[in-house]
Design a protein around this ligand. Sequence first.
Ligand SMILES: [Zn+2]
Length: 305
Amino acid sequence: MENIKHLEEEIWQLDLKVDNEMEFIAPYLIKVGSEYIIVDVGPKCGIPELERQLSFLGVTKDNLKYVFLTHIHLDHSGGLGTLLKNFPNTMVLVHRRGKPHLIDPDKVLWKSSIDTLGWVAEMYEKPDPVKEENIIAINEKSFEINVNGSDFIWYETPGHASHHFSFMMLKNKIMFCGDSVGMYIPGLNEALVPTTPHPYRMDSGIESINLMIKQNPEKLAFAHHAIRPNAEGLLRKHIDQLKAWQICVRDCINKGIVEEEEIAVELSGVDNESARLFKESENFGGLRKALVGSITGFIHLVNQE
Ligand SMILES: [Zn+2]
């Protein structure tokens, strides 16, 4: 079926083609024994397409064991409550601080998403609540779970969000890094670009990347969106990229260049991978919007120095 990629022996990527855009929202499906795990379900507007693809692959309410959530931003968790109406036995693993927002998305999650994302949040649609009995909240900084013989180790990786987790599938040493190592866009000549929306925390973001380097992953599974080898090289490259952005945005502010689109022009001079996405508003509207949000995050960061 179109939009389903079989990436590894037991891993698929399901492109939900949200807003008609490929390589944007694409949850991973992992098979463990005879059961399945979905990593980040995507926003509510993508759930009909997700359910269509799951049904094509034989995933049912009886064999979808877990949803693993890296964090609760709408493009990762917004569709969860809707999906679970048809998958009532599936359990969700999420950071303890994410749990209350899944149960009562109206209170903070929806309002803050509208503030940060504007029309993109409307396009994602307002999340349905998740039932408390479906949620397993992770209280520790590191957490291990064995699912039908496969081990997954979770690591708290704040920076992009204070409640962000990454986890490594031990068997194949793939680190599912959510949004904590930027976005990776194969269709833009393999561009790696920062995902640093306000309130991005650079110190903890870099600490999180260093923590992942220590685990010796072989591959990185980016939430947006690809699995790539040479994990350590990519992790180190992203640290350098974040530092280059910080210097560039600081220079911009000092020179009185304060608008995101103007800063984007300056950043394009020091980061040619991000430059490729800045130029592509037609085919990569959602990702480009995320990149502008990353600049906003750096403006706040530099203004707080
Ligand atoms: Zn996010």
